[in-house]
Design a protein around this ligand. Structure first.
Ligand SMILES: Cc1cc2nc3c(=O)[nH]c(=O)nc-3n(C[C@H](O)[C@H](O)[C@H](O)COP(=O)(O)O)c2cc1C
Length: 207
């Protein structure tokens, strides 16, 4: 059995434009991939551990090549739980709106928790090595404006997500960006949503 982790980074539920596209992707994906089970992680419902000073100390222990003491292991239990849930997947689907040119803070919080030395990356003499090999990722975003033309330099969402997941070894990353969802009115929103859904359905069959 293969596993897909669906990470939801919008709080808008049924009213979410991004989730609308992702639901369509998943419908077609599961019809075409019977050997996959889907684990859904809603970042607005999940209790994510805070990065307290003690937990951050743990990160620096690992960075310096030391093992976590029992005390730090206890503090890291909730972090390890999230890391294991992430690492044991073959494919990732991230559903995220653009917030202030980048990602919603809950998604950033999640990334800060799971991207840890020894688990997702390590430093070697040849530089950084991402430890997640042979995994794929689909990132579905929606934006109020349109960043496909002149405004591309303001799109820190795609460049950031690509950079951080490349850093941990995930090289096969497919983006579907639905835009503009707000700036050009309802008619354009619906057209762009349909276009994004068509691309998502095609990718869901081919991936
Ligand atoms: C807090 C917040 C910040 C936003 N920042 C941006 C932004 O920087 N650029 C943009 O084009 N749209 C921005 N938007 C609009 C959303 O990206 C857009 O409405 C998106 O389609 C919402 O997706 P959702 O319905 O899946 O949550 C923002 C929305 C919110 C709530």
């Amino acid at each position: 059995m293969h596993r897909l982790l669906h990470i939801i980074a919008t709080p808008r539920g049924k009213n979410s434009s991004t989730l609308h596209i992702s639901r369509e992707f998943l419908k077609v994906f599961t019809q075409n991939h019977h050997d996959y089970e889907v684990d859904e992680l809603d970042l607005y419902l999940e209790e994510l551990p805070e990065l307290t000073l003690k937990r951050i100390d743990g990160k620096y222990f690992l960075l310096s090549g030391k093992d976590l003491s029992q005390d730090l292991q206890d503090a890291w239990e909730a972090i390890i739980k999230q890391i294991e849930r992430f690492v044991n997947k073959d494919l990732y689907l991230i559903t995220t709106p653009m917030w202030n040119f980048s990602i919603p803070y809950r998604l950033k919080h999640y990334i800060d928790i799971i991207v840890q030395p020894r688990y997702l990356f390590r430093y070697t003499e040849r530089g950084v090595e991402g430890l997640l090999k042979d995994k794929k990722m689909v990132i579905i975003t929606s934006r109020g404006g349109d960043y496909s033309g002149e405004a591309k330099t303001y799109d820190f969402q795609e460049s950031y997500l690509r950079a951080v997941f490349n850093f941990v070894g995930i090289k096969d990353i497919f983006f579907i960006n639905a835009q503009p969802m707000d700036a050009k009115g309802e008619k354009v929103r619906k057209e762009r949503l349909e276009e994004a859904k068509t691309i998502a359905c095609k990718l869901a069959k081919e991936i």
